[in-house]
Design a protein around this ligand. Structure first.
Ligand code: GRF
Length: 208
């Protein structure tokens, strides 16, 4: 059965675009992106959705009274569309515990640092300020804490002399655009097992 994927994104949406393209190209396995939801009207992610012929949905935070209510509203929209897997792609809001419970073990996030180093909204800036020589990106299952859940995959990016936040983030994003679709495919194929903090990857056993 085809897995139905929702992307949640607030910003420019280059990761959303990478997932949309992968979906259109059949690279996500037996899965398709059915909706891109955003808390920002006219966000880049919504523009990419429209360009790909996928539903773009603005869920207005101002229409909900607080984080719990917003999480409930978002979850209801996704459940209405029978979404199986949620991919956070630069969604700049902390999701409510209720939302995470509604999609337990079915929410992925991508973060532009090698977690647990540099969680939070300024990961690239923080890594540069710390003077690290290597940083990267992490795809993990989301739990109720920020940038905290079990890690599925990570990839490294070297910090180069003269890097500023924008330049380094661009190189990290180039890696993210390859890694995120690969991880989504692994999850869709049922090849990930979560035990506590650890995610193990199984060999592919089916014919696909
Ligand atoms: C990405 O670097 C992602 O890791 C982080 O937010 C950024 C979103 O970028 N969570 P974009 O909107 O996908 O271009």
């Amino acid at each position: 059965m085809t897995a139905r994927i929702a992307i949640l994104a607030s910003g420019t949406g280059t990761n959303a675009r990478a997932l949309l393209n992968a979906s259109a190209a059949g690279i996500l396995g037996d899965a398709e992106v059915v909706v891109v939801a955003s808390d920002v009207a006219g966000s880049g992610a919504l523009v990419h959705a429209e360009a790909c012929g996928v539903e773009g949905l603005f869920v207005d935070p101002a229409s909900s009274d607080g984080r719990e209510a917003y999480g409930d509203a978002l979850a209801a929209e996704l459940q209405r569309r029978a979404v199986d897997l949620v991919c956070l792609s630069g969604f700049m809001r902390i999701l409510s515990p209720g939302f995470i419970r509604a999609f337990q073990g079915r929410v992925l996030n991508i973060h532009p640092a090698l977690l647990p180093a540099f969680p939070g909204a300024h990961a690239v800036r923080d890594a540069l300020a710390w003077g690290v020589k290597v940083t990267g990106t992490t795809v993990h299952f989301a739990d109720e804490l920020v940038d905290h859940g079990p890690i599925v995959a990570q990839a490294c990016v070297a910090v180069e002399p003269g890097d500023d936040e924008e330049r380094l983030h661009e190189r990290i994003k180039a890696v993210e655009h390859r890694l995120y679709p690969e991880v989504v495919r692994l999850v869709v194929e049922g090849r990930t097992t979560i035990e506590g903090r650890r995610v193990t990857l199984r060999e592919r056993t089916g014919v696909r």
